[in-house]
Structure formats: structure tokens, C-alpha cells
Design a protein around this ligand. Structure first.
Ligand code: CP
Length: 338
């Protein structure tokens, strides 16, 4: 795909070489993310970070990524804080905001809303999550993490065994991740979900069409025994008709240290796109796993910064000129690694 000046709306736009390119640039971002040096390569550029639905890590990491590249960030959080609440259309919003920005990152609760917005935008738009549809930058950071975690154990994405757990119906991170993994070879998927929250049939069919092996389970213990990665997800309560409906599924699938010890191979990697729902009625990934060295959730979030810096630099055409604008940092950074 051509990154320069283009929208990122779906993992469908990527082939394997595109993903390799993003990962190579992401690795070049490590010294900047680690505060070993800084770059002013995007000095003068403005990111509009438009989050019409709740977010912590996607919003802050895109903003930080743009800042770390030397650019500035403007943002809106929540529909109620924007003129969408007064009936303004996505078309008008896009025409207006693209006059103020060089790049727009957008999240919205409705499927395909970011695509609609991008068609009216005069600058590139990155989809930061559109309803239950897709979350492409999350899939790229997840895949980057899977690659690094498996490589650290002498394995690779090709031929790996991955368990996807939880709300596979509404989880947009899972949908995008399945599309990304489908670019690789011979992956075995253990799909663990309540019957009503199974992976959408079209995504499942694409995996089967590409020769991936699919096993389905409705209990966590039965599906995590022989896998390299367990990718746990939250019940996406905001996509259900009512909290009461979502509550039927909360707490049905939980991973904790005891279940892990009794059922998993010792080096099985645990991932979650976050946020995890740590309320007692849900608790799909127990905090008693926080000190487990195979828990990769905070390495995922750190990797999100690298991958988002890479995407921004590719879209704005600065991926090869970063170091021309390097400067030393002037403060003492005592950040520890995850
Ligand atoms: N993973 C993810 O999208 O997190 P946020 O909702 O906090 O952005």
C-alpha cells in the first residue's frame, strides 16, 4: 500500500510487506520513546485527535507519538463536547477539522463512521476504532507484540497457536487482529467465547479460506492448554442493547493465575488489548497475574507508541528523515521498562 498521504481505515489495506515496513520503522522509534534522544521532524505539524467515544491508551498514545515526533496535538473527547451534539454532520466536521490539521485520528461508536468522515477530509485519517468494526492500529501493535514475544521464545508467527478469548463478536481489536494474522501461515486459532459472542462468520470464513485451523470452545480451561498466546478480551458492554444484556456474559470466561498454572504451558504469553474490566462481576483477566513475566499487556501498550509513531511518520513522509532533526534530551529520564 501507499502510506504517504493516505487514510488508514482497515487492516484490509495491508499486505505482509506493509506490516514488515511498519515494524521496521517502529523499531527505529525506540530511542525516541525511551527518551534517549528527541526529534523535531514534525515541528509545525498538527494532529487532530478526535475521540467521539471513550479511550485512554489509543488517544494518549497517538497524541504522545505525535508530540515525540515534534508535532502538536489538538483534541476533542466525547460527542457531547463537539458540535456533533448540535446535529452537525460528519461531512461538515471533516471538512472543517481538516482545515486545521495535517492528520486526523478518529474514534466513533458507529461502524464505518470513520470511513464516511475520511471521504470528506482533506487530510489523512487514521481509524482509531469505529464501533464493533475495526481498530487497525491496535492490530498492528498486537501483531508487533506477538512477533517480539514469540521471537524471544525462539518461535515465529507462522505456525503459532493462538487462543482468542471473550467477546469475539463485538471486539473490534479481535476483528482487526484476525485480519492481520490471516496474512501469515499455518496459524491454529482456539476461539473461546460464549455461543452468542462468537467471531463474525465472515472473519472466520476468511481464516478457514486461508488454511488456518480453527477450534472452538466455550470454557477457558479447555482451550488454553497447548497455545503460544492467550489473547483475552472484555465483554464490550457499550455494544449491547442494555447493560442487563451485557451482564449475562460478564464473568463467564476468566483467566487467573490458578487457571493458568493448572492448564497452560509454562511460557504461554498472555495479552489483552485493554482496558480490562477489573470489576468483580467481570474480571476477565485477574490482577493476580500482574507479576507473571509472561503477562505482556504493558509491553503491548508500550509497543503501541512505537507502532503509532511509525504509522504517523510513514503517512507524513518523514520515516527516512527522522534523524536529520535529532536533538539531545535536556532532562533526566528515569523511566523503567515494562
Ligand atoms: N485498546 C484500546 O483501544 O484502549 P482504549 O479504549 O483505552 O483506547
Amino acid at each position: 500500500m501507499e502510506f504517504l498521504g493516505n487514510h488508514i481505515l482497515s487492516i484490509d489495506q495491508f499486505d505482509k510487506d506493509d506490516i514488515v515496513k511498519v515494524f521496521l520503522i517502529a523499531e527505529k522509534m525506540i530511542p525516541y520513546a525511551n527518551r534517549e534522544k528527541k526529534t523535531r521532524v514534525l515541528q509545525g505539524a498538527i494532529l487532530s485527535n478526535m475521540f467521539f467515544e471513550a479511550s485512554t491508551r489509543t488517544r494518549i498514545s497517538f497524541g504522545s507519538a505525535f508530540n515525540l515526533l515534534g508535532g502538536e496535538v489538538r483534541e476533542t473527547t466525547g460527542i457531547e463536547a463537539s458540535s456533533l451534539a448540535k446535529g452537525e454532520s460528519l461531512y461538515d466536521t471533516a471538512r472543517v477539522l481538516s482545515g486545521y490539521s495535517d492528520l486526523i485520528v478518529m474514534r466513533h461508536p458507529e461502524k464505518n463512521s470513520v470511513q464516511e468522515f475520511s471521504e470528506a477530509s482533506r487530510v489523512p485519517v487514521i481509524n482509531a476504532g469505529d464501533g464493533e468494526n475495526e481498530h487497525p492500529s491496535q492490530a498492528l501493535l498486537d501483531l508487533f507484540t506477538i512477533k517480539l514475544e514469540l521471537e524471544s521464545k525462539g518461535k515465529s508467527i507462522d505456525g503459532s497457536n493462538i487462543a482468542l478469548v471473550g467477546d469475539l463478536k463485538f471486539g473490534r481489536a479481535v476483528h482487526s487482529l484476525c485480519k492481520a494474522l490471516n496474512l501469515f501461515e499455518n496459524i491454529s486459532f482456539n476461539l473461546i467465547s460464549p455461543e452468542q459472542l462468537k467471531l463474525p462468520p465472515e472473519i472466520r470464513q476468511d481464516l478457514v479460506y486461508n488454511g488456518m485451523k480453527i477450534n472452538e470452545f466455550n470454557s477457558i480451561e479447555s482451550g488454553i492448554g497447548d497455545v503460544d498466546i492467550i489473547y483475552v478480551t472484555r465483554v464490550q458492554e457499550e455494544r449491547f442493547d442494555s447493560p442487563k444484556e451485557a451482564n449475562k456474559y460478564k464473568g463467564l470466561l476468566k483467566l487467573n493465575q490458578n487457571i493458568y498454572t493448572e492448564n497452560c504451558e509454562p511460557n504461554t504469553v498472555i495479552m489483552h488489548p485493554l482496558p480490562r474490566d477489573s470489576r468483580p462481576d467481570a474480571n476477565e483477566l485477574d490482577t493476580d497475574m500482574n507479576e507473571n513475566p509472561n503477562l505482556a499487556i504493558y509491553r503491548q501498550t508500550d509497543n503501541g507508541l512505537l507502532v503509532r509513531m511509525a504509522l504517523i511518520s510513514l503517512i507524513l513522509g518523514v520515516d527516512q528523515t527522522l534523524s536529520d532533526y535529532d536533538e539531545d534530551i535536556s532532562w533526566v529520564s528515569s523511566k523503567k521498562s515494562n
